[in-house]
Write a protein that binds this ligand. Structure first.
Ligand code: ADP
Length: 802
């Protein structure tokens, strides 16, 4: 590079966004004044000029670095513009500049390169890497001519290689200037390599992106074409789903007159559905969702029948006895009517009934569910029912989000759809059997449902919209109130439905159950008659219950057998008689024949009294029951063991009884010494859990019998809570207990004095079947149970201290 020298002067050719490099030849059009001046000056001098790129697009300052270029060809066009071919000579920077009119004459300093005579292996390796990278760049960018590529591959010195590559790269002017300005050849090559690698990587990513976009576009296009074809096929087959299907869905939603918000949501989802392919899973989910909205009642309601006399008639027609519950129900209906009327008179308050929620409590089979149905009938409302027994997942009440596979709304909305009106009577059956676990607490959801303040905007996870339950009349049923959480209990008006006595059951069977079961079995017109003795037989020996559910079941069993026998006879005689001609009257013996072996034999109670065995009365969820309590005593240290699956409270009753007996041991001639004996109290049947304080007097009487070695009088049953001082406190569930005593053939009752009022309220028929004794203290109870005067008279029992 002999002609590269310091201080050479050249006219400055400013270029717009064009960076020229040595070792390249390039044609340039010069159409602007400064350029034309520079070329003219160069032609006047030694054909060389200094080409530098302008910093901005406007004519002004240039970058200091540029290339000395030789004009190898030039053509002056008639309008004084030039077409020139420039050949790059060397890189340089402007050292100084002098203005000659508009033209700038610059003095330049070459960008020095320390070129070694022989290249180091490192440089060669770097050059090759750069060459390889450039080949890759050329392949990816498709913007490098084959000539340039061939030339680059052949070059063996760093400077021309770098210049050629820089010239071929498509980069912004600043970046090209940067590559132009580096003096050290190794550093320059490294920077070029970095630039190439980066560009290659960008190309790679770009290619990837465009490939994906292409695939997606192709897929969309394919789906579109297939969809169109499918539509045509459907049309050909006459199954054109067209817009009609959705329009119909939209119409059926509109027909339900939902709130504006619901309609808006439905239309939005319909819009989405229209865009989906009909067979896609998402479309299925959306359609099911919209169908739910279309089928739920949003504003349809049934008109309330406001007629108390009619309500009373319906209740009496459907149910025997239940005087108190019926009265309470009628009062409830009356209040409901008054509230409805009041709301009509003050428009704008909305027709919502915010009275308390009825809760029927009683043993199974006492008619709670059917009472609920009658309330609906009396009010002229639809009736729906949800069984809450064993329900432990909140989602069963509130539903699952529709994103889950197979999701559905919760039970509340399911029954609302079934009801078809927004004001049905909704019976929540067995509310005491709700349980909660890790899947959430259904009680909290139920609280929302039953809260008049909140149930106007009940949220279901599936629906994603609030639903108005404020006009629903809720009725709940439960067997016991023990397990109900307080907040739930607080919202409800409790109506107790106690069990039935034997005569009540007989009447229910004759008037309701027999005709109902006959009709259900297609024998409504047949002349089948159950004599009273037949029903009594079933009640006594095939059922042991407070309600009439098993009675109904056993009657049905009888009737099914009769139907079968009748048909078999027809087959034998080969004649088909009309059902109405079929007649049979059932007495005690016929029932035994039809039902087989008796299920209950009244063997709970010993015929002969035994020492240590006394009978208590207990209340359970399924009604009352007789609880035999047995005690045995053996040598020991005064310890007490109670078995028979008894709870903590009952165990405490045992301890209280023993402590009480200890406190009075001086006053009685106990044959066993309390401190030197152990006692084992057992309450069969061992598998049934028992608890509660009302067995206190029974345990005390059983221990007393053992201690005195005296048998109790036969036919006595008792109940009462015992205190440490021997007082007898009142108990609950008296009617259930009394009915259980009657069922088990007991004749005399020992009851707490304070339960006298409860006794007075019982039906005369029940009271007449038993003798009753009210006691204030357990001493009085002992006197009656062990007939102390008589025992004393016989000399077997010392009376002096009683
Ligand atoms: P629950 O809901 O209390 O368990 P159900 O309402 O299911 O009981 O009653 C069981 C059956 O007994 C039904 O067929 C019902 O009609 C009948 N039943 C119960 N009590 C009466 C009654 N007092 N009068 C007429 N039928 C009754």
């Amino acid at each position: 590079m002999k002609d590269q020298g310091f201080g050479e002067e050249f006219p400055l050719l400013p270029l717009r966004e064009l960076v020229l490099f040595p070792h390249t030849m390039i044609p340039v059009f010069i159409t602007y004044k400064l350029g034309m001046l520079a070329v003219s000056e160069a032609l006047r001098r030694d054909m060389r000029l200094f080409a530098a790129c302008l910093k901005t697009k406007e004519v002004g300052e240039t970058y200091p670095s540029g290339s000395v270029m030789r004009i190898v060809q030039h053509l002056r066009l008639p309008d004084n513009t030039f077409r020139v071919v420039l050949q790059g000579e060397y890189r340089a920077t402007i050292a100084s500049s002098v203005k000659q009119k508009d033209l700038a004459i610059v003095k330049v300093a070459p960008i020095m390169e320390a070129v070694a005579d022989s290249l180091s292996t490192e440089t060669i390796a770097l050059m090759r890497t750069v060459q390889n990278s450039f080949v890759q760049y050329a392949a990816l960018s498709k913007k490098v001519s084959t000539d340039t590529l061939n030339a680059v591959e052949k070059l063996e010195t760093p400077e021309p290689l770098a210049n050629l590559i820089c010239n071929a790269l498509v980069l912004k002017a600043e970046r090209k200037i940067a590559l132009l300005s580096i003096g050290d050849p190794m550093k320059r090559l490294e920077t070029i390599l970095e630039t190439l690698e980066m560009e290659n990587e960008i190309f790679g990513i770009q290619q990837n992106i465009s490939a994906q976009v292409k695939i997606r576009m192709e897929k969309n296009q394919r789906e579109y074409i297939l969809n169109e074809q499918l539509k045509e096929i459907h049309k050909e087959l006459g199954q054109d789903r067209g817009e009609d299907e959705f329009a119909e869905l939209e119409r059926s939603i509109e027909c339900k007159y939902p709130r504006a918000e619901v309609l808006l949501k439905a239309r939005k989802e319909l819009g989405r559905l229209r865009k989906l392919q009909s067979f896609s899973p998402e479309a299925g989910v959306l359609r099911a969702y919209l169908e739910w909205i279309a089928e739920l009642p949003w504003s349809d309601s049934s008109a309330d029948v406001l007629d108390l006399k009619e309500a009373e008639r319906i209740l009496d027609e459907n149910h025997f006895a239940l005087r108190k519950p019926k009265e309470r129900i009628l009062e409830f209906i009356a209040v409901h009517h008054l509230m409805a009327l009041g709301q009509e008179k003050t428009p704008g308050t909305g027709h919502t009934s915010k009275g308390p929620i009825l809760c029927f409590v009683g043993p199974p089979g006492t008619g709670k569910t059917s009472l609920g149905k009658s309330v609906a009938q009396a009010l002229g409302r639809r009736f729906v029912r949800i069984s809450l027994g064993g329900l432990r997942d909140e989602a069963e009440i509130r539903g699952h989000r529709k994103t889950y596979v197979g999701a559905l709304p919760g039970k509340i909305l399911q029954v609302m759809r079934k009801a078809g009106t927004i004001n049905p009577v909704l019976l929540l059956d067995e509310i005491d059997k709700l349980s909660s676990d890790f899947r959430g607490d259904p009680t909290s959801a139920l609280l929302e449902v039953l809260d008049p303040e909140q149930n106007g905007a009940f949220t279901d996870h599936y629906l994603e919209l609030t639903y108005d339950l404020s006009q629903v009349l809720f009725i709940t049923t439960a067997n016991s109130l023990h397990t109900l959480p307080y907040p739930l209990l607080d919202r409800m008006e409790i109506i107790e439905i106690p069990g039935y006595g034997e005569n009540e059951k007989l009447a229910i069977a004759q008037r309701f159950l027999v005709p109902k079961v006959l009709a259900e079995n297609g024998l409504g017109t047949a002349g089948i008659i159950f004599k009273d003795e037949a029903i009594h037989e079933i009640i006594r020996y095939w059922t042991m219950e407070s309600g009439v559910r098993n009675l109904e079941r056993e009657i049905a069993r009888c009737i099914r057998r009769i139907a079968r026998n009748a048909l078999e006879q027809d087959y034998e005689t080969d004649t088909a008689k009309p059902i109405s001609s079929f007649e049979q009257t059932l007495g005690q013996d016929e029932v035994e024949q039809l039902l087989g072996r008796r299920k209950y034999k009244n063997d709970l109670v010993f015929k002969e009294p035994r020492i240590g065995v006394v009978y208590g009365l207990a209340w359970t969820e399924t009604g009352g029951t007789v609880l035999p309590v047995e005690t045995s005593c053996f040598e020991g240290t005064g310890e007490l063991l109670i078995t028979g699956n008894v709870g903590e409270v009952m165990k405490e009753s045992g301890s209280i009884a023993l402590s009480y007996l200890r406190s009075i041991q001086d006053q009685y001639p106990f044959t066993e010494e309390l401190g030197k004996s152990n006692f084992h109290v057992h309450v069969p049947e061992g598998a049934i859990p028992k608890d509660g304080p009302s067995a206190g007097v029974t345990v005390a009487a059983s221990l007393f019998s053992t201690l005195c070695h005296l048998p109790p009088q036969p036919g006595f049953a008792m109940t009462g809570e015992l205190t440490l001082t021997g007082r007898v406190l009142p108990i609950g569930g008296l009617k259930e207990k009394v009915l259980a005593a009657i069922r088990n053939g007991m004749e005399q009752l020992l009851l707490p004095q304070d339960n006298q009022d409860d006794w007075a309220e019982l039906d005369g028929e029940i009271k007449a079947s038993l003798g009753v004794h009210f006691v204030e203290t357990v001493r009085e109870l002992f006197t009656l149970l062990f007939d102390v005067p008589k025992q004393a008279g016989s000399g077997a029992f010392p009376l002096q201290n009683l």
